[in-house]
Design a protein around this ligand. Sequence first.
Ligand code: ADP
Ligand code: SF4
Ligand code: MG
Length: 320
Amino acid sequence: MSLQVTDLMVYYRTLAGDVKALDGATFSIADKEIMGLAGESGCGKSTLGNSLIRLDGRMKYIGGKVNLDGAELPIWDNAGMNEFRFREVSVIPQYAMSAMNPTRKIGKMIAELVESRGTQFSEIKDELEKRIDHVGLTQDVVNRYPIELSGGMKQRMVMVISTLFDPSLLIADEITSALDVSTQRAVAETLVSFRDHGYVKSMMVITHDVSILYQIADSILIMYAGKLAEKASTKTIIDQPRHPYTQMLVSSLPEVGVRYADKKLTGIPGSPPSLLVPPTGCRFRARCPLAFAKCVEEPPFVEIEKDHSVACWKVTGPNA
Ligand SMILES: Nc1ncnc2c1ncn2[C@@H]1O[C@H](COP(=O)(O)OP(=O)(O)O)[C@@H](O)[C@H]1O
Ligand code: SF4
Ligand SMILES: [Mg+2]
């Protein structure tokens, strides 16, 4: 097993109080698994992804454990995480493309990066060349500035850089969102090929767009308002979702192969609750067409069959 997350809680400090953005997440990602992480904007996807690599100043570790390949990641300890970052767990952040330093040639930037991790550039040079080939770029890319690359080229370069040390887990946060549809597809295929070549062992692909996950994810984890709603194989999430939120999310998607423009999305009525003062019980209650008396209590995230977990009283409650 690559990743095991147990009851992870991470809040944001604000003047108005703590924003309970990730409020008790328990799940795992197996070796070679590409897990999609989906849910509406603001549900805590980036908070979960970022927690596994770097808590920024406003993020507050409340509790929980993260194990990667059997070793506990000291996620509350910024300095302690240094030996794991990039080598064991790596991230392609949301907005990675614009974060590339515009004043450095790409080759120089890579050299500085690996040297800051105690590795000589010469040690990774051959592998870098191989991977530049692998993603279909030409070797002269290292002599160029980021601004000279198209969005798709930059995105492929970021993928190469973030996986240079063959990390066990790669977190890709909304990396296709800013791209046009055909570039999205190419980037998604490249992610899969990285897994197939062993450049990364397992992956968490974060997106608000479930349709991109059809193509690449082995499993999908659905979040709602800082909590996990459902995790299962991609096929099960698409064909036989059990959580009412997943059902609504999936039925609002265009069928596979149908373009968004051809079919109007129905969306889900209402909006998610505030995470500053989240409602007690099931956080989906106010929007759930199936809500009943029991839902004032919080539903546990329960494995209902092998590799299929759900947090919903309709599915796991006494009258289910
Ligand atoms: N720096 C921050 N300070 C306070 N609240 C934040 C901060 N970053 C995110 N949040 C809040 O945490 C929740 C989860 O955000 P995020 O993890 O970015 O969601 P997602 O990636 O699913 O869109 C949201 O309610 C968001 O407003
Ligand atoms: S626990 Fe209740 S409110 Fe929550 S999703 Fe299930 S039925 Fe709906
Ligand atoms: Mg996000």
